[in-house]
Design a protein around this ligand. Sequence first.
Ligand SMILES: C[S@@+](CC[C@H](N)C(=O)[O-])C[C@H]1O[C@@H](n2cnc3c(N)ncnc32)[C@H](O)[C@@H]1O
Length: 332
Amino acid sequence: MNNPQSKQRSLRLVGGKAEIFSGRLFCGYHPGKSARTVKEVLEKSASFLRERRIENPRLNAEILLGYVLGKSHSHLCLESHPLLSFSQLTKFRRLVIKRSRHQSLSYLIGRQNFMNLSFLVNSKVYIPRPETEILVEEVLKWLRESLLETQTGRRVTIIDLGTGCGNIAISLATELPEAIVYAVDISSEALKVAASNAELHHLKDRIVFLKGDLFRPLEGMSLTGRVDAIVSNPPYVARDEMGSLPPEVRKEPEIALDGGKEGLEFYQRIISLTSQFLKRGGLLTLEIGYKQLQKVKDMIACQEDMQPPRIVKDYQGIERIVLSKKKMAGEG
Ligand SMILES: C[S@@+](CC[C@H](N)C(=O)[O-])C[C@H]1O[C@@H](n2cnc3c(N)ncnc32)[C@H](O)[C@@H]1O
């Protein structure tokens, strides 16, 4: 078996440029065998990724190369960049091979953008999705229109259940300087990443991270009836659909995806405890999966003090975000 490590070492010892590019470096992958300019390397890697059915192969190659060179992919100078060094090429090739095996781009570069902010991610956390930005935007709109316009400077209390890398909690806290967010996750590995992200965005003092099962770590924190908004993008994949997820998604933590038998387990548990924590007039906002709307609506309808929900569709026209307010006193 070819050992990439020892191969690399011996090539380095041989030293000369000709030798550097002559070996079977990694698993027989040769997209950049003789390539050394940015342009050549990108062309060869893109065609390698295309052959392996990776979507947007050129963009993937550009982002990976940008990562290796410490630049944004849009700032890669195809013509004028100096030749790539051996170590840059080696690092890049390894990443391209991993990508060809359906490792997510975000895990490879360790970052994902969300709401125009950059978040650290690793394979222990769910990768934030663009649809979830709709949830954040809706909550922001509602909080600004209903609370902050009339009561400037008022403290806003938010709960984020299943915070993952902290993307929802941190985006809300960034946009709302008056907010305190309680961000819960059952995974200590996710909470570690979330805490690093809060530090990165200088929000450690306004986000309280708690480890545990949904509302459980919030019990005894005097939050009963005091919360303005509860948000959650819980695991919502039906258990028997887990095996048919795309290969990239299957590499994300199972605990972030598995929503129980029909994918609805978390909605039932969240909705049944929501009104205990929300203030009157407070808002519950949930991201839901394809074809889950009716059952989630039925669950909300069983809660006497929650209003019928408003629904927001995602960019593909799928009903994605459910917003329901807790009724005011005396409201029918
Ligand atoms: C779909 S991910 C959402 C992550 C992030 N909030 C987002 O929207 O991108 C669901 C998250 O719920 C967490 N989770 C799973 N079961 C949980 C439970 N019983 N209590 C709290 N969090 C849980 C997972 O660890 C994961 O981080």
